[in-house]
Design a binder for this molecule. Structure first.
Ligand code: C2E
Ligand code: CA
Length: 919
């Protein structure tokens, strides 16, 4: 024994690992405790002792008193070992139980020592101090055993456990009473003193306590690694109780011999205790979870029945053996057992009833319908909630096949699920299917199906059905909202991108191609602004319907925003198919739209992109968009197929935008001026400022090449501001340098984008003030298209210009959106006949008629008429004959630099008047 065993303080894990000399990781994963070396020493000690003991029994020198000494001398170290092991277990394992148990064994060991000393020194060991120590052992041992943790009691579990303990202990007590207590009491009644009787019978009473403790252990044996120490301890205690009882029984019979089976049982009991304590120490620390282990405990439910069998066997044995009445102790025991069993049964039945009531209430009031289906698909059970969820009488569907009620499309889903689950008992899976409502509609259900065929209480598939009709509808609505355009019901941009991406991915596998059509309603803005948004919306809805009518059901039509629509055509085998769709689309818009208030005509420009296989969804849509711009540029109301040049052109436009931005910063623009002449007196009436761009290579770039791009990117606004400033500055210079010449008007060109900006009027007013330029000598030139595309702001803008005193000219009259009503509506001062009309003058009489009509109309409305692009003297003559007195063109002078214009003004008399005087 000695030092090695007594060294019980817990040590750090690492030290234990080193001491083990084994794989560190393995030890770290399990217990840090390392008992083997000490156990080895212990085993060797006990083996040596066993040899001595055998020699003492069998050898020629056998002597009863020495054998007694040897027996006790052997039991003594084992008892102390049990103390040490219990102490260690209280450190490494369950603290309280093993502390009690350690103390109990200590008393027992001390009792053994006292017994030994008293045995060696003679005297009567039956009534000694040793007995007092032994008596302390029982309550401590029982306290230790009862102190082991128990699963948290649920409901009546605690009471049932107590009754089971009573049953088993009573059976043990009956045995002890009959074989030990009763005979001892009878034997000692006459000859022993009261204290002796008490000491003698208290030992068997203590054994009853041990039985109680052992029973309580067995009845709550946990699962897992925690089971072993408790099982070994209960064996140890039973063996101790048995040894104790046997010893008293043999002592009463006078049969006790030292070193016999009784001592062996004690010896065995101690060894089991040591093994129990050591295995408690060896429990993996991380895995120690007594609560869980006990909760999963299956317990030893057979033990009470075994106890009943033992009690009744004893009764039978006694009944057969003794002639007289049954001893009162046994009768009381049987009554106690019967009562506790009956009470337990009553509690159990009550608990089952409560549980059943709880479960049926749960099932009845469940929001789910529960069905049990046989393997063949027959409904074996339908819960009462079926009436609420499936709107059917549960009894009416029992015995019928589930498939009868399912939507035909979803029967295979249910069948597939059944096949899947048959292979995996216990598994669950979730599916949705529709169940026929008695009124013929469909209830959408979410079903959790569990294969409980192996469970005898169910023996089939349990289906928990939940009505998700509303949820699904809501999800559908949310989906519609998230992925569809509210106005037209077509797919929105997000969904369209997604569909295109999927189609492109599929296309690679299907070896077919995909096309995207991008279409934009021409002049939708004009209609929307002039007729109002309600009519505009109606037009969009009608347009969406026409777009849908041009494609197949499987194709996707989307509204990308505003008046932009797109279509995805899938499974294209021939590109001509797509072009035919584009053509149909253009034609579909040729018919006028009949709206609530009136008929409206619009056209659409369509861009077509056919996938080559490498494009992304974004690129496809971009390509179709570029093609659409090309269709618009080609005159609107037509379609264009995307070509890589379009992308190149777009890139060039982008480059041009960057160059323009730089040009603005580096002042690379310049102005030219072209005179407008009054023929009747040969004077200069005005000078039109025309912009030029000194391009990157020094080349002079004409405005047509960049004005459009500048408009697109908004740069026209700062450019226009620069033109205004530059032209006014130049005009002031002319005035200063030609003090004796007339002062012609200055005309500048405005673009649509400038007109839409809110700052135009302030800019003009500020510039006029800065240069002290009279407003009535400034003319702004606008095209008809600008006015018609901005109807909502045009009137206010023109009025504001007029309020400033600025004159308004309509450039290129008759080439844009012709609506003569505006001439009357807006405060226009000058009409400019376009170059194209003037060029035709000498060739066709129609041109003459047209110019005559314009002159007559303009003059009639009190406007001045300027003919542009006059290159030949004949044109001057004809125009003069037609009543046009103001002319502009190369014939009089090309656009020239400011200095050149100064010279021109010096050489040519100018009108010394305001522009309004031109009329
Ligand atoms: P527009 O307002 O119609 O200007 C007249 C254009 O016709 C000028 O071209 C001028 O050079 C040209 N032209 C004048 N007389 C004749 C002729 O006898 N024969 C021919 N073949 N052409 C003649 P330009 O300067 O290239 O300007 C083109 C257009 O650019 C202008 O057309 C105007 O719409 C726009 N533009 C020019 N400068 C500006 C500007 O500062 N701002 C804005 N927004 N647009 C401008
Ligand atoms: Ca002009």
């Amino acid at each position: 024994m000695g030092k090695d065993i007594l060294q019980i303080a817990p040590r750090p894990v690492a030290e234990d690992v080193v001491a083990a000399g084994a794989s560190g990781t393995a030890l770290l994963e399990f217990a840090p405790y390392q008992p083997y070396r000490r156990f080895g020493i212990l085993t060797i000690g006990f083996a040596l002792y066993g040899l001595c003991y055998l020699g003492a029994i069998l050898g020629p020198w056998t002597n009863a008193s020495w054998l007694s000494v040897l027996t006790n001398a052997g039991l003594l170290p084992v008892a102390f070992c049990a103390v040490v092991s219990a102490r260690r277990a209280s450190r490494w394992g369950a603290r309280r139980p093993w502390t009690f148990l350690g103390l109990a064994f200590l008393f027992y060991a001390v009792g053994d020592l006292a017994w030994l000393i008293e045995g060696v020194h003679g005297g009567d060991p039956s009534f000694s101090w040793a007995n007092v120590c032994y008596l302390a052992y029982y309550p401590l041992a029982v306290a230790g055993m009862l102190a082991f943790p128990r699963a948290p009691a649920q409901g009546s579990d605690g009471l049932k456990f107590a009754l089971d303990c009573v049953t088993v202990t009573t059976a043990g007590a009956m045995l002890i009473w009959y074989f030990v207590l009763d005979p001892a009491a009878v034997r000692l009644a006459d000859e022993a003193s009261g204290i002796e009787v008490l000491v003698t019978i208290s030992q068997p009473l203590g054994d009853i306590l041990l039985v109680l403790g052992a029973a309580s252990l067995v009845l709550r044996l946990p699962t897992g690694p925690e089971r072993r120490p408790m099982l070994l301890l209960s064996i140890a205690m039973l063996s101790n109780a048995l040894a104790d009882s046997l010893w008293i029984y043999q002592a009463l019979q006078g049969d006790y011999a030292t070193g016999g089976a009784t001592d062996g049982l004690w010896y065995f009991g101690y060894l089991c205790t040591i093994a129990s304590a050591e295995s408690e120490c060896m429990l993996p620390r991380g895995a120690r979870n007594p609560e869980r282990a006990l909760a999963e405990n299956s317990g030893s439910y057979h033990l009470p029945y075994l106890a009943i069998a033992v009690a009744y066997s004893l009764l039978l044995y006694v009944g057969l053996k003794a002639a007289g009445p049954l001893p009162i102790g046994l009768i009381i025991g049987v009554i106690i057992i019967a009562a506790s069993v009956a009470a337990r049964q009553a509690i159990a039945i009550q608990a089952v009833r409560e549980r059943d009531a709880r479960f049926s209430a749960l099932v009845e009031h469940s929001s789910d319908a529960i069905l049990i289906i046989g393997r063949e698909g027959t409904i074996r059970y339908a819960s009462p909630s079926v009436a609420k969820v499936l709107r059917r009488d549960p009894k009416s569907i029992e015995g019928r096949c589930l498939g009868e009620f399912l939507h035909p499309e979803e029967r295979p889903v249910a069948e597939g699920l059944r096949v899947e689950l048959v292979r995996t008992p216990g598994d669950s899976a979730t599916r949705e299917w529709r169940f026929r409502h008695p009124r013929g509609t469909w209830i959408r259900l979410e079903n959790v199906v569990t294969n409980l065929e192996a469970n005898p209480a169910v023996g089939g598939f349990v289906i928990n059905m939940r009505d998700v009709t509303e949820r699904t509808e809501l999800q559908g609505q949310l989906y519609l909202k998230a992925y569809h355009d509210q106005l037209t019901g077509l797919a929105n941009r997000t969904l369209f991108f997604d569909r295109v991406a999927h189609a492109l991915a599929r296309m690679v596998r299907a070896r077919r191609t995909v096309a995207v059509l991008f279409c934009d309603l021409d002049r939708f803005k004009v209609i929307n602004d002039s007729l109002g948004h309600a009519q505009g919306d109606q037009l969009l809805i009608e347009a969406a319907a026409r777009i849908k009518s041009c494609i197949r059901l499987a194709d996707t039509a989307a509204r990308l925003g505003g008046d932009e629509f797109a279509m995805l055509i899938e499974d294209v085998t021939d590109p001509d198919e797509v072009l035919r769709v584009a053509d149909r689309l253009v034609q579909a818009f040729e018919r006028p739209f009949v709206l609530d208030l009136q008929e409206v005509s619009t056209t659409t420009s369509v861009g077509v992109a056919i996938a080559a296989g490498h494009e992304s969804a974004k690129e496809m849509i971009r390509n179709a968009d570029l093609a659409m711009y090309s269709a618009k540029a080609a005159g609107r109301g037509c379609y264009a197929l995307y070509k890589p040049e379009m992308y190149r052109a777009a890139r060039e436009r982008l480059k041009l935008q960057q160059d323009l931005r730089r040009a603005l910063d580096t002042q690379a623009f310049t102005l030219r001026y072209q005179p407008i002449m009054r023929i009747s007196d040969g004077q200069v009436y005005a000078a039109e400022a025309l912009i030029r761009w000194q391009g990157p290579g020094g080349r002079m770039i004409a405005p047509q090449e960049f004005i459009g791009t500048a408009e697109e990117c908004g740069l026209i606004v700062p450019i226009g501001r620069w033109v205004l400033e530059g032209a006014l500055k130049q005009a002031c210079l002319w005035n200063q340098r030609t003090p004796h010449a007339g002062r012609p008007a200055l005309t500048i060109n405005l673009s649509g984008r400038q007109v839409r900006g809110p700052e135009l009027i302030q800019d003009i007013a500020a510039a006029l003030e800065r240069w002290s330029f009279p407003a009535d000598r400034l003319v702004v030139e606008l095209t008809e298209t600008i006015l018609m595309d901005n109807t909502d702001i045009a009137f206010g803008l023109l009025s504001a210009l007029k309020a400033l005193g600025v004159s308004i000219a309509i450039d290129d009259f008759g080439t844009g959106y012709s609506c003569l009503a505006y001439l009357h509506k807006y405060p226009i001062d000058i009409i400019k006949i376009p170059r194209e009309f003037v060029a035709e003058l000498g060739r066709t009489s129609a041109a003459r008629d047209l110019v005559r009509a314009i002159v007559a109309m303009g003059t009639g409305l009190g406007m001045a008429i300027v003919a542009e692009g006059v290159e030949h003297p004949e044109q001057v003559e004809v125009l003069g004959d037609l009543g046009c007195d103001l002319m502009q063109g190369y014939y009089f002078g090309r656009p020239m630099a400011g200095e050149a214009m100064l010279a021109f003004l010096r050489s040519t008399p100018s009108v010394e008047s305001t522009c309004s005087a031109v009329r």
